[in-house]
Write a protein that binds this ligand. Structure first.
Ligand SMILES: [Zn+2]
Length: 326
């Protein structure tokens, strides 16, 4: 049997997930929903095993209120990081707890079919280790190096990605894993992980800059990921900043990534024995002094964020969020 959650129910779940345990009265006040509606909806969510009653809260005169908590283990999501040199799969619950994680190193020479079979293998390991019912897994989120250059029929062409373009990855993974799959670039999903579980908790507007083999960026604006018209709003790494510059694997010249990605910095270091300056520091320049910069506190941001992408999608829809009653 399938249950469709209305928008007020998803608001209640999200509010408690973000703020912690709340009483019914607090939910009414914060969401401006009538008390009778909150009572009806919270009862329904408790029957669905999505909310549970926790400790008693502080009294403001009368009886001490019962606090409602999200049952973090009522649903799970699979988060996958498909990188150029390794793939990771993890199972997370609604709190973002990593229940199980596996990694497989790749050489970059594999075919997409081989990489998909590796994903299937490690996802199976993760599910076996965490021992959860398949019906409780909402779906699979995948973080990949951007820009994905995704077509309407979900074919993607990330730069320098296992030697292939126009990859029907969503279709291939859905067939292999028998679960709905959502793709996004790795910087976007890591931004979501920060917003949900890291330094971004409580902030609705921030920028996440990811620097490793490439340079990516996620933009959180008004509490939502901003993707731009073609989904490439945060592609900081492919901004041309050097003229004439080195040829980038995206086909342009002088991209930030050719100067300030970790491999580029290593090349510079080998050339000059020490890093004298990086393009990124020149870009941030004096303005950087006014901007608070914090380091990510999440080690596995991409897999966690990829899982969060699935949960976010399910809980953010105003209509049609479907949960199998279990
Ligand atoms: Zn480029």
């Amino acid at each position: 049997m399938e249950q469709t959650l209305d928008s007020n129910s998803t608001k209640i779940i999200n509010l408690i997930r973000e703020e912690g345990a709340l009483s019914r009265v607090e939910i009414c006040e914060k969401l401006d929903i009538p008390q009778s509606t909150v009572t009806r909806l919270t009862n329904k969510l408790m029957k669905l095993n999505m909310l549970r009653e926790g400790k008693q809260g502080h009294s403001s005169g009368g009886r001490r209120p019962v606090m409602l908590e999200v049952n973090e283990n009522c649903f799970y999501a699979l988060g996958i990081e498909m990188g150029r040199s390794a793939i990771k799969a993890a199972l997370i619950n609604l709190n973002g707890d990593l229940l199980s994680i596996r990694m497989k190193v790749t050489s970059g020479d594999e075919s997409i079919q081989e990489v998909v079979s590796y994903v299937k293998e490690i996802v199976q390991d993760v599910k076996t280790q965490a021992d959860v019912q398949k019906t409780r897994v909402l779906g699979v989120g995948v973080g990949l190096p951007g820009p994905l250059d995704e077509t309407e029929d979900h074919k993607i062409s990330p730069p320098n990605f296992y030697g292939e373009n126009d990859i029907p990855l969503k279709h291939l993974l859905e067939e292999a894993l028998e679960l709905p799959v959502t793709l996004d670039n790795d910087a976007n999903v890591a931004t979501l992980a920060e917003k949900w579980f890291g330094n971004g908790v409580g902030y609705n507007d921030f920028t996440y800059v990811m620097t490793d083999i490439g340079i990516g960026c996620g933009l959180m604006i008004n509490g939502s990921l901003y993707r731009g018209l073609q989904g490439e709003a945060g592609e900081l790494g492919h901004m041309s900043i050097a003229f004439p510059g080195e040829l980038c694997h995206c086909g342009n010249y002088g991209c930030l990534e050719t100067l300030s990605s970790i491999p580029a910095i290593e090349r510079t270091y080998q050339k000059f024995d020490k890093i004298r300056s990086t393009a990124l520091s020149r870009v941030i320049g004096k303005r950087g002094k006014d901007i608070p910069i914090v380091k990510s506190k999440i080690d596995e941001a991409v897999v966690l964020g990829a899982g969060a992408l699935v949960i976010n999608q399910e809980f953010s829809l105003t209509e049609g969020s479907k949960f199998s009653q279990v």
